[in-house]
Design a protein around this ligand. Structure first.
Ligand code: GTP
Ligand code: GTP
Ligand code: MG
Ligand code: MG
Lengths: 268, 290
């Protein structure tokens, strides 16, 4: 809890601690402290809040023009499959027709997991239990979506670390298939960022962005105690906006990202 | 040459020349920066540096000719010591020996269950894995699929009561002369009272030989909060750090070790079933210091 007071060394240290503890990272925190030191007036917390609001910019909304395909990518265990289901619910509730594609052909029971969600959502899913090629499943999914005039195809992909070049190439191949074989589909790619993770998330995004243009991030597991402060660096250094936050394990646990609410939760 | 390895720190310290009382503060700040960049928790980093300073003063390094080099050597050795300079074993004395896996969502518990099972199977032990995650869609199928892959049986009761599932599984294992039982549990938040009660209940009923905290090596500052909460709820006997095949510096290792006081026993180094290695503190210290 930061007390609204004039800038003193103690209050600067307290601010620094709070922000570092929320995983904002050293360089972002240094920038914020510089601002506070330069303009040391009363009530510097408002100063910080304004700076943060400016950094994160205005709420970005994804424009989903029919037909669209949304690739959901990210590191292992960050919440992709669960987020795919939540996004399907979100857009279905907006009246869009949604199709799911189970393009994680690698991990044990990945298809079964998405299948459970598709049944709960009453949304169709395209998969191929026998395939080891995510691109071919994606192809089948888009073909099916085309013939049924689906508004939005949401693609669940396998978790991957950017340290595996072959897995990053796999993503590039999926993007190529969409661009070359289904150019009428608008492509948008979303990356899941686990709020528990530290500075490596910035590096993850940087590397993933080399293989697939990212339109936004979903900050997952924000119902825990981690605050995912890396979002400032994601926006400032990589121009990646957070579009949604995950606040639980159920279909309804997806909120549109609200910068002011998020900033308030950081600054108490 | 230690200074070649930790180029980043050394370059920063070199500029400071001889370490004196006046620039020890600056030196400490530089070390703190390196640790924070590596995701070591702020308070853990502070405590670590205080400890290192005391040690440095004790060995008169601050008066030596090449203070930077000496100082880094102390930091490196102290970091290895903190991470645990002994290799930790798994308690296999139970009949059967029961291992309870615990941790946050998505940290790698289910995959690690199977990796451990494969490792013990390779040592000619009879293993049983238990599907006690009745919440996550297809969690049971996931463990069963892995079980088929490594040829290890999986005990499940479908969507039953996790406590009963674990108790019944251990009873069955006893009667079938199984050597090791591995209990896969649902990912849970340390602030979810009900779920923390559930895993305490499992521990209480089953009295496992090992309670392993499975944590993502890429975890940031909050590692202290979650690790502390788990260690207060359960008498953890060890930690397994996963996804070390990424390039995160892994400072969470220091935070978790400091806060739980338990040894880091294994490192997850790939998604594959052979992707489990004994934890190597020296390699980890290298990685953290960058
Ligand atoms: N508390 C909480 N848990 C979440 C959230 N999002 C996902 N999870 C949980 O995190 C775990 C991993 O989620 P998945 O959707 O399987 O993650 P993934 O990225 O698809 O994992 P891989 O496909 O294996 O890489 C599951 O237990 C989910 O229930 C969230 O916002 N809050
Ligand atoms: N690269 C890599 N991936 C890993 C490692 N350990 C686990 N994973 C992956 O991380 C993801 C999550 O693993 P799970 O075993 O499902 O995690 P969990 O803790 O059981 O998840 P919940 O049950 O939902 O809490 C999967 O994609 C795994 O393949 C590892 O050491 N390296
Ligand atoms: Mg998945
Ligand atoms: Mg699991």
């Amino acid at each position: 809890q930061i007390v609204k007071e004039k800038v003193s060394l103690q209050s600067l240290e307290q601010l620094e601690e709070t922000l570092l503890a929320s995983d904002l990272g050293l360089s972002t925190v240094d920038d914020i402290l510089d601002i506070v030191k330069k303009h040391s007036k009363e009530n510097f917390i408002n100063e910080v809040a304004d700076y943060m609001q400016q950094s994160l910019g205005h709420e970005k909304e994804l424009e989903i023009k029919s037909p669209s395909v949304m690739l959901v990518v990210g590191v292992n265990g960050t919440g992709k499959t669960t987020t795919v289901a939540k996004l399907a619910k979100y857009y279905k509730d907006q009246g869009k027709s949604v199709l799911l594609v189970a393009a994680d052909t690698y991990r044990a029971a990945a298809i079964a997991q998405l299948h459970q969600w598709s049944k709960r959502l009453n949304v169709r899913m395209v998969c191929n239990e026998k395939s080891q090629d995510p691109t071919s499943v994606l192809f089948d999914g888009l073909k099916s979506a085309k013939s049924e005039n689906i508004d939005l195809v949401i693609v669940d992909t396998a978790g991957r670390l950017h340290t595996y070049k072959n897995l990053m190439n796999e993503l590039e191949k999926m993007v190529r298939v969409i661009r070359d074989r289904f150019p009428e589909f608008n492509l948008c790619s979303i990356m899941t960022i686990d709020a528990n993770l530290g500075q490596n998330s910035l590096h993850q995004v940087r590397e993933f962005a080399k293989s697939v243009h990212l339109d936004g991030a979903v900050l997952t597991k924000m119902d825990g105690t981690a605050r995912g402060g890396i979002v400032f660096a994601l926006k400032n250094e990589l121009d990646l906006p957070v579009l949604f936050i995950g606040i639980g394990e159920e279909l309804n646990d997806l909120n549109e990202f609200a910068a002011d609410e998020y900033i308030n939760s950081l600054l108490g | 040459q230690i200074t070649d390895r930790f180029d980043t720190i050394f370059r920063r310290l070199r500029g400071l020349g001889k370490i004196t009382d006046t620039n020890i503060q600056e030196t400490s700040r530089e070390i703190r920066r390196v640790l924070l960049e590596a995701d070591v928790n702020l308070q853990v980093a502070r405590d670590f540096i205080t400890h290192v300073k005391v040690k440095a003063e004790g060995t008169k390094v601050l008066k030596s000719i090449k203070p930077g080099e000496q100082f880094i050597k102390i930091i490196y050795e102290e970091l290895i010591h903190v991470l645990g300079d002994e290799t930790a074993e798994i308690d296999l004395n139970g009949k059967p020996s029961v291992i309870l896996m615990a941790g946050l969502q998505g940290s790698g518990k289910t995959t690690t269950c199977a990796k451990l099972a494969k490792m013990f199977t390779n040592q000619n032990k009879k293993v049983l894995m238990v599907a006690a995650d009745v919440y996550r869609p297809a969690a049971i199928e996931q463990l069963q699929s892995l079980g088929r892959q490594i040829d290890v049986p999986v005990y499940d009761e479908g969507l039953g009561d996790p406590v009963a599932i674990c108790v019944n599984a251990v009873a069955k294992a006893k009667s079938e002369k199984v050597d090791i039982v591995i209990l896969d549990t649902a990912g849970r938040l340390h602030i979810d009272g009900e779920m923390m009660n559930e895993i305490q209940h499992i521990w209480d009923e089953v009295k496992p030989n090992e309670i392993l905290f499975v944590a993502d090596s890429m975890t940031g500052q909050d590692a202290v909060t979650s690790a502390k909460a788990f260690s207060e709820a359960l008498p953890l006997t060890g930690t397994i750090l996963t996804k070390l095949d990424g390039d995160a510096r892994g400072g969470a290792a220091v935070s978790i070790r400091q806060v739980t006081g338990t040894p880091i026993k294994f490192a997850g180094v790939s998604e594959k079933m052979d992707g489990l290695e004994p934890f190597n503190p020296k390699q980890m210290a290298d990685r953290i210091l960058g």
